[in-house]
Design a protein around this ligand. Structure first.
Ligand SMILES: NC(=O)c1ccc[n+]([C@@H]2O[C@H](COP(=O)([O-])OP(=O)(O)OC[C@H]3O[C@@H](n4cnc5c(N)ncnc54)[C@H](OP(=O)(O)O)[C@@H]3O)[C@@H](O)[C@H]2O)c1
Length: 227
């Protein structure tokens, strides 16, 4: 069985990826909180990827990095430390994990990395300066590494719109707000974690063996349609 390392499988999109991957992969989860799931194919490490040392692992065939942030503030309120914090968790967190397990990923048959951006990189949105800058870094990292690591490792990036997870709970704080945000999307919906996870699972699978260096929107149409 291939080994899948999920950083951030305790909540949200990562949790949905983990739950769906358990029958196909030997899964390793790293997150700051423990998991409610127990499974023969699951090993958990309680780790803060930014501050803790990462464990030695013999094999890693695929890696999904889920930690991220949603910092929405007008530029007048954004401090340098907000930009640094967003860059740290979204870009440097991913870089740290990728560098740690790169030799294992390169040895894998169809090595695979999936990262997460946001629809707000390509579509300018008010109050997104800091997170859009950080996620633009994630997209650039995905493309650069896809080129550098081909043909051994595929690297792709999923760019969701607002998704119903704890990370977005401040934005989805009321039924009125949910309805307003849902109506902004061509598909008139707020994405479920499962809908976004399915794209990551596809990219991890052999069905996506011809795909690398792509930024794939799972955004209910928001990033590309105006209707
Ligand atoms: N939700 C949205 O609306 C949305 C929209 C666009 C893009 N995205 C992106 O999609 C990705 C997943 O989002 P999500 O909504 O599923 O996020 P989430 O619900 O906050 O889940 C993030 C996961 O990462 C883990 N994590 C966070 N910081 C960590 C750290 N320092 N060390 C180890 N683990 C850490 C969390 O676990 P612990 O708390 O247990 O550590 C959790 O399992 C993120 O990159 C996000 O920016 C989300």
């Amino acid at each position: 069985m291939k080994k899948l390392l999920i950083v951030g499988g305790s909540k949200g999109i990562g949790k949905s990826i983990l739950e769906n991957a358990l029958n196909e992969f030997d899964c390793i989860n790293m997150s700051r909180t423990t998991l409610q799931i127990v499974h023969d194919n699951l090993t958990h490490y309680t780790i803060d990827v930014l501050n803790d040392d990462l464990p030695e692992l013999d094999d890693v065939d695929a890696l999904v990095f889920c930690p991220g942030s949603i910092t929405l503030k007008p530029i007048t309120m954004l401090k340098e430390k907000d930009f640094i914090a967003d860059f740290n968790i979204n870009v440097l967190g991913a870089v740290k994990v990728i560098k740690k397990y790169l030799s294992q990923l390169k040895k894998a048959d169809d090595g695979n990395i999936v990262l997460f951006s946001t629809v707000a990189v390509n579509q300018g949105m008010p109050f997104h300066s800091s997170i859009a800058v950080a996620k633009a870094g994630v997209e650039a990292l995905s493309k650069s590494l896809a080129a550098e690591l081909a043909p051994n490792v595929r690297v792709n990036c999923v760019a969701p719109s607002i998704t119903d997870t704890s990370l977005a709970s401040g934005i989805l704080r009321s039924d009125k707000q949910r309805e307003a945000l849902s109506q902004r999307h061509p598909l008139k919906k707020i994405l479920t974690p499962e809908e976004v996870a399915q794209m990551a699972l596809f990219l991890l699978s052999q069905k996506a063996s011809g795909i690398t260096g792509q930024i794939i929107g799972v955004d209910a149409g928001l990033g590309s349609l105006k209707i």
